[in-house]
Write a protein that binds this ligand. Sequence first.
Ligand SMILES: [Zn+2]
Length: 368
Amino acid sequence: MPEENNSDQPNKPEPEASASAIFVAMMRQAAAKAVSKPAASADGDDSVPDLADPASEGEVSLEPPPESHDIRRVRRRLILRRPHPSSMAGGFFGAIFVVVLSTALVATLLMFFIDPEFVNPAVARGLQLNGDGVVAGAADVRPTPGGTPHWLRRIGIISGHRGKGASGGRDPGAICQDVYGNPFLTEADINFAVATRVVASLESMNYAVELLDEYDPRLHDYRADALVSLHANTCYDFGEYVSGFIVAISEARPDFGADAFLRECIGENFGAQVPLPRSYNVTEDMTQYHVWRKIHPLTPGTILEMGYMLADQAVLTEDPDRLARAVTAGILCFIENVGKPHTRLQADQGAGGYVIPLLPTSTPIFRS
Ligand SMILES: [Zn+2]
């Protein structure tokens, strides 16, 4: 560091060295006054030279001691670098001002120098508004003649009791047991056999279909054109012949809306294709079904108990294809006719107010 030694050279001009020495002396005195008031709280630290030390105070003279060079240089830096809060904020806003000003300036200049043909004429035309304030070209867009394409129609199928139950464990649903108490038929298996066939069938018709578990996380705020939950009824022996399928909707939904139309489409088509009577033994398990509290309010939903696992066991197990065809036909009945004038339901007429299309039994079934 050649610069450090310059002031020690004998041929160095005296006035400059004296001026800095006077400055250092002044600063020392000022620092000594300032430090003496807080009673030198950091006395224990001996490595740092104590500016308030009386011993060093006595050495103050016009000739700077050799060890004071470093201190002097540090002090100068500290003085020069002392932050000014007002200047930081000022610099920040000043920089923004400069950027905004220069941007406006450049934009104004470019406006004069760029050729109008620089922008593609087609793009320029598209950016212009016509007299009605409508973007030009928008009038050329016409609705698709065929309506909403199938792949935009979303259908959810809940395979009843599939996946984890409400308590987190496995939930087979209703169970049929033999005379030794061993289960030989579970509701979950019946539901799954039908649900997978319905999903495969609707997918083959290019619908967007989702196979959902009983407590599927996707059911929260679930949005679809239709949601059908497939179940089978208890295997309990009531001591009498209890048979039939049941369709129900949420008690929170009106009996003349889309949900009721979906329910009637399923009921009419299932009854037409499956040799079981329709039962109206609707329970709170169906009208207060947990799914109804989760799905989006505008998603039409219905729950189907396809039959009783004791009396209707043969129908439920021997031909799942037939059950799936009936459910699929019911869903198509709803999807293809909901919102059309002839399907509008009179509020005071119940199910009799519907005109329910019965679909042919040729609905394709593709095994998955
Ligand atoms: Zn069930």
